[in-house]
Design a protein. Structure first.
Length: 312
């Protein structure tokens, strides 16, 4: 796999010798398309307005997780508790080098020069998160999406949207009309118990337009039992709608349950007790075809985030 050294360089290890042999899982070049790096908080302090206080989840812990699961790449996503201060994200990207890309959160008045700096650092998208802090109307979400799209146009980025499934239905026309691609987090928060409901149908229709991507990530956000077969059914329906525009992600380190209400509390909330390896194994269960695994774990994220093709 790609071992990420302290100087940011990547060195290929023993998986290189198996890249041309029988299909393996995960395939060579596999990417976790949604992880977070947190802290150390003494160096990277949290935003004053946040909905919880997380424990540290440093780059070293991320590296260990990727190595244990046999993953070669990762996409770092700016979490809500850092607001628009992307310093922790940028430090992690610099340390991980070409094995990582980033999705930032930015202020509306960010300058063109600042956007270009983020692009050179490996950022490829801007996140619009209306779940973690909440409180926005449909019209306000639409305005934020339009404003964010203007910023993304400069460097060919995408919007990453974390919103309730009901908002996806209400904003379907907006999502179709945006000038940049939109990546929907965490199955669109669609309830797998309602596979024929309006949110599921709308997300499938948006995928089919080619304007929207979906992350098959964090099933524990949409069900109490990640082994629920209906989650796999939802994953397959989404992938069938547009197999080239779905990616997989773990959501490591599995942020705790929070309800969008700002808190003034420095007590750390533990992460959810989730088996990340089990989440990855679900990809092989949902999609037993090696070709589909290759698309979801390697080819699609490489195209979306601008990774170069892994050497054979």
């Amino acid at each position: 796999m790609l071992t990420m050294h302290e100087d940011g360089e990547t060195v290929r290890e023993d998986r290189q010798t198996t890249a041309m042999s029988a299909p393996q899982f995960p395939p060579f070049g596999a990417c976790d398309s949604h992880v977070h790096v947190v802290g150390p908080k003494a160096i990277f302090p949290l935003a004053a307005r946040r909905s919880y206080t997380p424990m540290d989840a440093p780059v070293g812990a991320l590296r260990a997780m990727l190595k244990r699961l046999g993953l070669d790449r990762a996409v770092l996503v700016q979490p809500s508790f850092y607001g628009t201060d992307n310093a922790c994200l940028l430090a992690a990207l610099a340390e991980l080098g070409e094995a990582a890309r980033g999705v930032a959160v930015v202020a509306p008045d960010i300058t063109a020069a600042e956007l270009d700096t983020l692009h050179r650092a490996g950022v490829r998208g801007i996140r619009v998160n209306v779940v973690s802090l909440g409180g926005l109307s449909t019209a306000e979400i639409a305005a934020r999406l339009h404003d964010t799209a203007k910023l993304c146009l400069r460097n060919g980025w995408h919007i990453q949207a974390f919103m309730p499934s009901e908002a996806i239905v209400a904003l379907a026309a907006t999502l179709r009309a945006l000038a940049v691609p939109v990546v929907i987090d965490h199955f669109g928060l669609v309830n797998p118990a309602d596979l024929d409901g309006a949110p599921a149908r709308q997300l499938i229709e948006l995928l089919a337009t080619g304007r929207v991507w979906v992350k098959l990530s964090a099933p524990y956000r949409i069900t109490e039992d990640i082994a629920d077969p209906r989650v796999g059914q939802l994953a397959r329906r989404l992938a069938d709608a547009n197999p080239e525009q779905v990616v997989w992600a773990s959501d490591w380190p599995h942020t705790p349950v929070h309800h969008g209400t700002p808190v003034d509390d420095d007590r750390e909330t533990p992460y959810r007790d989730i088996d990340t390896a089990r989440l990855l194994a679900q990809v092989a269960e949902w999609f037993p075809e090696p070709r589909r695994q290759q698309s979801i774990l390697v080819d699609n994220p490489a195209r979306l985030y601008g990774f170069t093709a892994p050497a054979a």
